[in-house]
Design a binder for this molecule. Structure first.
Ligand SMILES: [Zn+2]
Length: 217
């Protein structure tokens, strides 16, 4: 069965949001120190690499990431490709997609999946969702929005309006998905953020299974 692992690899030099904590791997014990096992520890930002965000990212009384229902994170999803000419995902771009109603889980493959995601240097010109695009997605009945860069918001957008629009409507946000090998189409998404109590976000493993491969098992 074909599986697409759309999770970013986590390592110390990975692409990260400016100023955020970068991963650090330490060791409690090491075989090459003549200890009994390898056992490591990690310092991770909760928004590191592929990650899910819940309402408490921007709403003081919002649910944390551990309370996002699993049936929101697992299930049918659609990968849509945005034309290279679209520099942002606006209402016009969303409406031109003719998404199913309700739209459900929508993963955006943009020009970020070209050179931009491969580079470890942050590129502020990434393709993002504008506030009008976010509103159109809420109106279309989206339950989860994924984007192929480490942020969904237009860089520098004052007040994070796309985040507020999506999270305020309880739409889960999945940032930092690697869709480079994934053709547009219909899939089943399996997206499992770590169950970090009280955390507004958590790193996740995310996998897509092509819908037509499900029957092959
Ligand atoms: Zn975010």
């Amino acid at each position: 069965m074909d599986l697409f692992d759309i999770s970013m690899e986590v390592h110390e030099r990975m692409l990260h949001w400016p100023g955020s904590t970068t991963p650090v791997q330490g060791w409690d014990t090491r075989l090459d120190r003549s200890e009994e096992s390898n056992a490591s520890n990690w310092i991770l930002g909760s928004h590191c690499g592929t990650h899910v965000e819940g309402p408490s990212h921007f709403f003081a009384d919002g649910d944390d990431v551990s309370h996002i229902a699993l049936d929101r994170l697992i299930g049918p999803s659609i990968v849509v490709e945005i034309p290279e000419s679209a520099k942002a995902i606006t209402r016009e771009v969303v409406e031109a997609l003719s998404l199913p109603r309700p739209a459900g889980r929508v993963l955006f493959k943009t020009s970020n999946s070209g050179h931009r995601l491969e580079r470890t240097e942050f590129d502020p010109s990434y393709v993002a969702v504008t506030v009008s695009g976010a509103a159109a997605l809420v109106e279309a009945g989206a339950s989860l929005i994924g984007i192929d860069y480490i942020a969904i918001e237009v860089y520098g957008a004052e007040g994070f309006p796309a985040h507020r629009t999506l999270l305020g409507a309880r739409v889960a946000i999945l940032e930092g998905i690697d869709l480079r090998q994934v053709p547009p189409g219909r899939y089943v998404l399996y997206c499992l953020p770590l169950r970090l109590l009280g955390s507004e976000a958590a790193p996740a493993r995310a996998v897509l299974v092509p819908l037509d491969a499900i029957g092959e098992r």
